[in-house]
Design a protein around this ligand. Sequence first.
Ligand code: SF4
Length: 291
Amino acid sequence: MSEYICRLCPRECGAVRNEQEGRGYCRLGNLPKISRCAPHYWEEPCISGTKGSGTVFFTGCVLSCVFCQNYAISQERRGRTVTVEQLSEEIKRLEAQGVHNINLVSPTPYIESIIRCFELYKPKIPVVYNTGGYEKPETLRRLEGIVDIYLPDMKYADAELAKRLSSCADYPKRALSAIKEMLRQTGAPVFDGDGIMQKGTIVRHLILPQHTKNSIAVLELLKREFGRDILVSLMGQYIPMGRASEFKELGRRITAREYDKVLAKYEELDLDGYVQELSSASESFVPDFSV
Ligand code: SF4
């Protein structure tokens, strides 16, 4: 792929990117850089099932969350650059292992290569697009017919907090319009006879320490905008990682009181989806990106 000017994500850098490097906010080249391809067992039950989700962890990210739970790959950019053909082979290899789906994690900067990869080979199992939620609807429209399941975050309803922790004050409105486009493409959730998702949108929210007001506002926003057409996955697994120690309130796990407060709102709103136990906050759930 030759050099081009990139406006793929809401950063809209207009930066030059070539195969190996880029001068945009994400500082990534066009060719996919991947840090891990392996079955993963700690996604939502309808995604991981019993055979695992075939995850492809892409290196880098268009966000820069100070608390990123995958900091080593998102911001330290550990990984290896592959060609589109090699990415296609990795996907075939995962599919041959019998996983329930192909799960593209943080794929946004590589959309051009990903589209070409699925032109070479489209797996017979669902394709999951697993993203921080900071997306442009016009870019997502190019994935219609390729992606079966969207798995975006909705991290913030509070623009100030989004600016402080992820350097994107426009996150709430951008994520909301992205989720609308995702839901337009997938429709309401569809499962097979074993309860494994085939189509649909699951929105994740990670509760941050001392920010339960933001969490409650996110849940209210999701209910108001989407009702029960989307599934909402509430996550209590936060552990301090990345630059979290530089932010006073982020240097600890969430308390049982914080968790219970947000969970009570989730139940009061009668949201449909998944709730992660507070006890699941453990570094053992962070994938090993060194393998
Ligand atoms: S994908 Fe990277 S270079 Fe392109 S607009 Fe987003 S941050 Fe900028």
